[in-house]
Design a protein around this ligand. Structure first.
Ligand code: BES
Ligand code: MN
Ligand code: ZN
Length: 510
């Protein structure tokens, strides 16, 4: 893992394998490009028919004539100058991060592309490089040509503007580096769990990872076994898990950063380690990526890991339900009725609407703890993906302020959400003749809304927000700073939300 150091040295004087300099669309020189006196870099960039669009790279080897101490200069487009945000810088660096990971030393002026909030820019620089060079190669034997080279990157020099000096400013920017490091490490961990095949990541294994993490970073943890879930009357988690050879678990975590009197922020995430659909079985093409159905759980675990290391002065609790949804002789059947934690019942008309069944128990359990808010996240519905696509998660809730704060947190870190309506009249679509509620409507229309309305049954009057991340958690193709597979969304949104809730002025992490 690379070490990041902050410096205000002149770019031309930094001894490094690669000096990474931004180019605005035009092309127009970004910070540091004009410091390279030995060649007209911008002319070379334009000659290569490059315009400075986000991520467009040109590597210029330094055979001695560039007048810089670096062995090479990598010019990278960052888009139109007036449109540049911390997110475009994270994305532009994410694009070139895989090639930079092969070098030993890198220096960059990239944080200087955004005029305001150097702290956010420095954090985004770290995140772009770390998240962009993430790969999942645990299952590659190394004996075939698909096997990527081992990362070599040791040191990254983050070059701030000469105006970003003074003890407190520098200390702030060094904290930004640490924050970027901690957040990226947590996101990579979430991605690893989501990318791991379901055969190797059962509820028990997931809970084991959570407990080990809790021990490492100093969180209180408790893993509820099947017998304990029975005693606690968690009928949804047990019902969904009863068809599987791998028994369910619930992971409980506590972070204490505030006073003991202060009500905690409560988090939960859907932890279905594999979603076959159960007896309402999915077809092969829809089942292919269902190892990712615990992405909500992974992002909450990652957020808790980062929170424990960043130490905001708030209290946070998490209760994460995990089951494997399989068809078998012992599986729940369509028409079965489950009794959830707290006593409410649900009629299971479709065993593939399982996420809401496990979340119901966790939400009811968390509501009992009288938290100030509850936030859940889940790869809950295909309908949400139809509505918002692969980039955007849906946000539902019963509290305007909380919804606003979640949307702002997502915006700040480049994980966009969009509000969808918790339209109460659609409650009629999940009315049951035999139980308190049914787990799916009669048709698929408004499917993300009816799923959210089902969850709303279990939170009482606790302010609550629900993030349906079925689209962005596992987009099935590579993006600017993630390879094909898991993204870790919405872990960074959750961390950002929690940091901004601290009474200490928490810094933005975007
Ligand atoms: N895990 C799926 C939702 C999903 C689909 C996530 C595709 C990511 C990609 C969820 O458990 C599910 O099967 N939902 C059903 C609900 C329906 C049966 C009411 C759906 O969306 O079709
Ligand atoms: Mn399902
Ligand atoms: Zn599912």
């Amino acid at each position: 893992m690379a070490t990041f150091v902050y410096s205000t040295d002149a770019p031309a004087s930094v001894r490094t394998d690669v000096l990474v300099l931004p180019v605005y669309e035009g092309p127009e020189a970004g910070p540091g490009v004009k410091d390279v006196k030995g060649a007209d870099l911008l002319a070379l960039y334009a000659e290569a028919k490059l315009k400075g669009k986000r991520g467009e790279p040109l590597l210029v080897p330094n055979t001695g004539g560039l007048g810089v101490a670096a062995k090479s200069v990598l010019l990278v487009g960052v888009g139109k100058r007036r449109d540049v945000t911390t997110d475009s810088l994270r994305r532009a660096l994410g694009r070139v991060a895989p090639q930079l990971a092969k070098r030993r030393t890198v220096a960059t002026t990239f944080p200087q592309v955004v005029g305001r909030s150097p702290e956010d820019a420095v954090q985004a620089t770290v995140e772009g490089l770390l998240l962009g060079s993430y790969r999942f190669d645990r299952y590659k034997s190394g004996k075939n040509e698909d096997h990527p080279e081992k990362p070599a990157l040791r040191t990254v020099t983050v070059l701030g503007s000469p105006r970003w000096t003074g003890r407190t400013v520098v200390r702030g920017l060094e904290e930004s580096i640490t924050r970027g490091d901690i957040v990226s490490d947590a996101v990579a961990w979430a991605r690893d769990m989501v990318n791991t095949p379901a055969g190797d990541l059962t509820p028990e294994v997931l809970a084991g990872h959570a407990a080990a993490m809790a021990k490492e970073v100093g969180l209180e943890s408790k893993v509820w076994t099947e017998a304990e879930l029975e005693r606690g009357k968690f009928g949804g988690i047990l019902g969904v898990g009863q068809g599987s050879a791998n028994p369910p678990r619930m992971i409980e975590l506590k972070y204490r950063g505030g006073s003991s009197r202060q009500a905690p922020i409560a988090l939960t995430g859907k932890g279905i380690t594999f979603d076959s659909g159960g007896l309402s079985i999915k077809d092969a093409s829809q089942m292919e990526w269902m190892k990712s159905d615990m992405a909500g759980a992974a992002s909450v675990l990652a957020a808790m890991k980062a929170i424990a290391r960043l130490k905001p002065n708030v209290n946070v609790i998490a209760a994460i339900p995990s089951s494997e949804n399989m068809p078998s002789g012992s599986a729940i059947r369509p028409g079965d009725v489950l009794r959830h934690r707290g006593g409410k019942t649900s009629e299971v008309v479709n065993t593939d609407a399982e996420g809401r069944l496990v979340l119901a128990d966790a939400l009811a359990y968390l509501a009992e703890r009288k938290p100030r808010v509850i936030i859940d996240t889940a790869t809950l519905t295909g309908a949400c993906m139809v509505a918002l696509g692969r980039d955007i998660y849906g946000v539902f809730g019963n509290d305007r302020g909380l919804i606003r704060d979640i949307l702002a947190a997502g915006e700040a870190v480049g994980e966009p959400g969009w509000e969808l309506p918790l339209y109460r009249d659609y409650r009629r679509l999940i009315r049951s003749n035999v139980a308190d509620v049914r787990n799916a409507g009669k048709d698929r229309w408004g499917g993300a809304i009816t799923a959210a309305l089902f969850l709303a049954e279990f939170v009482g009057d606790t302010p609550w927000a629900h993030l349906d991340v079925a689209g962005p958690a596992f987009p099935e193709k590579a993006g600017d700073y993630w390879p094909n597979g898991a993204t870790g969304v919405p872990a960074r949104t959750l961390v950002q939300y929690v940091l901004t809730q601290g009474t200490r002025p928490a810094r933005r992490s975007g």
